[in-house]
Design a protein around this ligand. Structure first.
Ligand code: ADP
Ligand code: ADP
Ligand code: MG
Length: 669
């Protein structure tokens, strides 16, 4: 085994690899860009070397800098993670020349699988089933047209050097082929520096099922079973699971053996994934990814193995730790990729600081000894306070759950997603929750078109527990402002009004998601408290929970608890499995602004003027009652924010006033 390795990556996968190193007593070296000087992966490793500017081109993709860092720190091997240089032949070669072990397959195997077209030719020779199609060298447009026509439409054009869902075009009709071909070749040339394309029959409603393989340097090769990654957006995976639901044992074995045959055909060594596309029980080779995959934890969960440990053992020359007959699957695992992105805007990546980040109870990178599986695992490369930048992949975390059955895993996943609290960039957490709850996914009716086909249901506006969330927001606000009606803070002088010896306060809010105004009215009369929201008044109590940001409330006969994270005047409420945000319309702050300006006094809510207590010219003390309004069956007194002279009264008794209307003018002293 190595003494020290360098991890040529960042984010969660760098942290993931470092966790196994720590467990095995192997020292780890991180590399980092300007943007990552304080990143979690740097802290996760024993040493760290700066390799360049923020852009990946200037840092994580600079082969010579990474090799130099490995040499300088005495690392014997380099783990490339996924993405970046993980499938780069030049990098594998540079490691070889520098006498450093590349923790991955031989350069020749990367090269053989790097071209989808060449890989298909090899697989054909190895008798691995292929999707009907054309993957020849001849790229003559007329020939490609004839090939597509004879296959029958729809067909799929793919950049032979492509990856990451890029460089693909579905063509529905013969007459559209020429234009699609030209645009596919353009994208292929600019993205991958190679315009070669292949054509495949476009399968409708297929599944993406892949097989994890492992091979050692001594001729040993096994498969670690399958994963279903059919739930995709823009040909990119969103949810993954192991084992693939509903496969017959005979199909599972046939796929596993085909995947091992594919690996053997290129003299593979290390961890690899053979991706198949399936319709019914038929499966066809799509491509092989010659690296550890993002979704490898679901395989770890069901096999009880640490795949990074296997990678290190194999790269250091040890034989595979287990034979095929010793490998088994226990239970079911699901993974959800939590991204900083906005599903409502075409999954556009989102950036920003993670002001609040609370993940469900679970074990980070739980990769313990075989047999002890955590039921919730979180793999994350960021911490609260870190920033999602535009430079790299916007993944926040992977949430992985295990259960004895798929249903059990599914229930855990729903619950875990409900417990995620993220404030800062937009995230796909709610979308993931809908996805794992929707009927086709829950029923394991999987195919790559699932998201698109259920688009309306997955993106429909959701009914949220507004009253409960507001009750918690009010609790947090009252707690923050130091107790209502106690005269403890000056804002109360403005916002509270008397009612039969008790007092009441209205809080004006803005729902930040829908940008609508909301109002709550809190009254305290002897021991009884009520809260009116959306026009309905109920008995109300609130309390602070034991944990940080935790609040509880009863509204009528309902009890609700949750977390409220306060960011300035924005109250982010997490309760009943949903997140809602309300901006408190801080009236005193506005009135205080006015104090120094024109002395505007505005209605905090729509209502009726029931008393005007001053006349123009009146000189008033700070806090003096000026106008009484009635709204939501309650009275609300507008007090003077500062001592001064009333210059104008704009409404009379009985007038109906709109929210925010200016009621009178006060010239502050
Ligand atoms: P596939 O290529 O079949 O989607 P994966 O699901 O394993 O395979 O995704 C790998 C992708 O992850 C890369 O192509 C890249 O877009 C992205 N990626 C690369 N580096 C990182 C990283 N450090 N953190 C998160 N994502 C990354
Ligand atoms: P990448 O290198 O981008 O991962 P793949 O060849 O693995 O490219 O394909 C990515 C995804 O595109 C698959 O997971 C599947 O959803 C879809 N796809 C690929 N080939 C076909 C096909 N012949 N018919 C239908 N869908 C396909
Ligand atoms: Mg793929």
């Amino acid at each position: 085994m190595f003494n020290k390795i360098l991890i040529a990556n960042r984010g969660e996968i760098a942290c993931r690899v470092a966790a196994t190193c720590r467990r095995l007593g192997v020292k780890s070296v991180a590399v980092y860009s300007d943007a990552d000087a304080n990143a979690k992966h740097v802290a996760a490793c024993d040493e760290a070397v700066h390799i360049g500017e923020a852009s990946a081109q200037q840092s994580y993709l600079r082969i010579e800098r990474i090799i130099a860092a490995a040499k300088a720190t005495g690392a014997q091997a380099i783990h490339p993670g996924y993405g970046f240089l993980s499938e780069n032949e030049d990098f594998g070669r540079a490691c070889e020349e520098a006498g450093i072990v590349f923790i991955g397959p031989p350069v020749a195997a990367i090269a053989a699988m790097g071209s989808k077209a060449a890989a298909k030719a090899l697989m054909h020779a190895a008798a691995v089933p292929l999707v009907p199609g054309y993957h020849g060298d001849d790229q003559d447009a007329a020939l490609l047209q004839r090939e597509a026509d004879s296959m029958g439409y729809p067909v799929l054009l793919k950049a032979s050097a492509g990856g990451g869902g890029k460089g693909m075009r579905v063509v529905e009709r013969s007459e559209d082929l020429a234009a699609a071909l030209a645009s596919c070749k353009r994208e292929a040339a600019s993205s991958f520096g190679n315009d070669r394309v292949l054509i495949e029959k476009y399968l409708t409603r297929p599944r993406h099922v892949e097989v994890q393989v492992f091979a050692d340097q001594h001729g040993g090769a096994v498969y670690l079973f399958d994963r279903d990654c059919s739930v995709q957006r823009r040909h990119q995976k969103v949810l993954e699971e192991a084992p693939a639901p509903g496969l017959d044992d005979s199909v599972r074995r046939a796929m596993g053996e085909a995947a091992v045959a594919a690996a053997r055909a290129v003299n593979y060594v290390g961890a690899g994934t053979v991706e198949f596309i399936m319709t019914g029980a038929d499966f066809y080779f799509m491509e092989m990814n010659t690296r550890l995959q993002v979704e490898h934890p679901v395989t770890e969960m069901v096999t009880g193995l640490d795949l990074v440990e296997w990678q290190l053992r194999v790269a250091s020359g040890e034989p595979l730790p287990l034979e095929q007959s010793q490998l088994t699957v226990t239970g079911h695992a699901l993974e959800a990729r939590i991204y900083a992105e906005n599903p409502a805007r075409g999954f556009l990546p989102s950036t920003g600081t993670l002001k609040h980040l609370r993940m469900p109870e679970g074990v980070e990178f739980s990769i313990g000894e075989a047999g002890e599986r955590a039921s919730v695992r979180i793999d994350s490369g960021v911490r609260e306070g870190d920033t999602i930048t535009p430079f790299y992949d916007p993944m926040i975390a992977k949430l992985i759950v295990h259960g004895a059955t798929r249903d059990e895993a599914l229930a855990r996943m729903r619950r875990a997603l409900e417990e995620c609290e993220i404030v800062g960039p937009h995230t796909n957490v709610e979308f993931l929750h809908r996805l794992v709850t929707c009927e086709p996914f829950a029923g394991a009716d999987l195919d790559t078109g699932l998201i698109e086909r259920h688009h309306d249901a997955l993106f429909a506006a959701q009914k949220k527990p507004l009253r409960e969330a507001l009750a918690l927001a009010c609790a947090a606000l009252i707690a923050r402002e130091g107790g209502v009606g106690l005269g403890a803070s000056p804002w109360q002088a403005l916002a509270h009004w008397r009612l039969n010896g008790g007092f009441a306060q209205t809080f004006a809010w803005r729902d930040t998601e829908s940008d609508t105004a909301l109002s709550t009215a809190f009254t305290h009369d002897g021991g009884a408290q009520t809260l009116a929201c959306a026009g309905e008044e109920e008995r109300y109590t609130w309390w602070r929970g034991e944990r940080e940001n935790e609040y509880g409330a009863t509204i009528g006969n309902n009890r609700v608890t949750g977390h409220v994270f306060i960011d300035g005047d924005v109250f982010h409420v997490f309760c009943l499995g949903v997140a809602m945000s309300f901006e408190w319309q801080n009236l005193l702050a506005h009135a205080a602004d006015a104090e120094h300006g024109e002395g505007r006094l505005t209605a905090p809510m729509p209502g009726k003027v029931i008393a005007v207590l001053v006349e123009p010219g009146a000189v008033v003390e700070k806090g003096a009652p000026l106008i009484v309004m009635e709204a939501m069956k309650m009275e609300h007194t507008i007090g003077a924010p500062a001592a001064g002279k009333v210059t104008e009264v704009l409404y009379a008794v009985g007038d109906q006033v709109a929210d925010g209307a200016q009621l009178l003018m006060l010239e502050a002293e």
